[in-house]
Design a protein around this ligand. Structure first.
Ligand SMILES: Cc1cc2nc3c(=O)[nH]c(=O)nc-3n(C[C@H](O)[C@H](O)[C@H](O)COP(=O)(O)OP(=O)(O)OC[C@H]3O[C@@H](n4cnc5c(N)ncnc54)[C@H](O)[C@@H]3O)c2cc1C
Ligand code: FES
Length: 287
């Protein structure tokens, strides 16, 4: 039975700042009472305000940046919980549980087969540290060079490309796509990938990492499976407990895949990052 990671803990933190970001987002910076060792990108924390102004069930957020003893979260306002987090004032207290989940795999460089990171909207959050960690080397593997990576960031419109300037400063090739054409390619990130491949700016053989809305991830999964590409998806399923108890985060597994003995995996403890060979997001949707 999968269990929560052994390095996860629950503690209190103090809000440092809430900085508006994009049309409907913010960057929340907190200082946990006890600092965390370096955290792998695409792991997550469950957050809840301590003053009772937020639902009892905490909400999950990817680690966006780790700056010494402080943690940052890039948050899109969705409902009651994210609104309450956005209203935090410096000095307010919150409960943080984490780091939870597995995080991105080690991103090894491979000549002529770059890692292409596909971000959709707020799904960019796990990529900031993902790029930093790939460029500095992970798990003792060689570091990627900037040309071994590309970020393709898509959103409905320009104002939902959260913190795009900060992503550009990481020094890897960054391309944008918007549904309305207000920034970069008009269309989605898979259309952008195809356009870049047609122009010879990216090779046909790429390795994919993706995080974004469910329908986007389903399309990425289909594309990867149809083209035999290595592909890792970071899922943002609804969650209850975040630690494997409530069964509130099922992800359909691929029958012939390594997790196929069970029809569902638990996103919180077996994910949130899954290989396309493990899960079948489009299950039952005629893919
Ligand atoms: C592992 C993980 C990492 C995440 N990382 C981030 C992150 O870095 N930044 C960020 O902004 N969000 C992230 N999310 C999503 C975030 O947890 C939800 O947006 C949040 O829980 C919404 O809480 P709320 O109380 O504001 O919304 P609620 O009041 O609970 O819901 C408001 C509306 O939003 C919908 N909704 C709630 N959660 C989701 C979701 N996950 N996907 C689609 N619709 C949803 C509800 O169905 C409802 O319609 C992550 C989720 C997971 C599981
Ligand atoms: S969120 Fe409770 S089991 Fe995954």
């Amino acid at each position: 039975m999968p269990a929560p990671p052994t390095d996860a803990r629950t503690g209190l933190a103090t809000a440092i700042s809430v900085a508006a970001c994009g049309d409907d987002g913010f960057v929340l910076r907190v200082r946990p009472d006890a600092p965390y060792p370096p955290i792998r990108a695409s792991r997550f924390f469950m957050l809840r305000r301590e003053d009772g102004s937020m639902p009892l069930v905490p909400r999950p957020f990817s680690i966006y940046r780790q700056l010494g003893a402080e943690l940052e979260f890039l948050v899109k306002q969705m409902g009651v919980g994210t609104r309450a987090l956005g209203a935090l004032r410096p000095g307010d207290r919150l409960r943080v549980t984490g780091p939870l989940g597995n995080g991105w795999p080690a991103l090894e460089p491979r000549p002529d087969e770059p890692w292409v990171m596909l971000a959709g909207g707020i799904g960019s959050a796990p990529f900031y540290m993902g790029i930093e960690q790939a460029l500095s080397g992970m798990d003792g593997r060689p570091a990627c060079r900037p040309q071994d990576l590309a970020l393709l960031y898509g959103a409905a419109r320009k104002g939902l490309l959260y913190d795009i300037a900060a992503f550009r400063q990481l020094g890897v090739r960054t391309f944008t796509a918007t549904d309305d054409g207000s920034d970069g390619h008009r269309g989605n990130v898979l259309g952008l990938l195809e356009a870049l491949q047609q122009r010879g700016e990216l090779p046909r053989r790429v390795r994919l990492l993706a995080c974004g809305p469910e329908r986007m991830l389903e399309a990425v999964e289909r594309h990867a499976m149809a083209n035999g590409l290595e592909c890792w998806l970071s899922l943002e399923s609804l969650m209850g407990c975040g630690v494997g108890i409530c069964n509130g985060c099922p992800v359909p597994t691929r029958k012939d895949g390594p997790l196929g003995a069970w029809s569902n995996a638990k996103c919180c403890v077996e994910g949130p990052v899954f290989s396309c060979r493990e899960v079948e997001l489009a299950h039952g949707r005629g893919s």
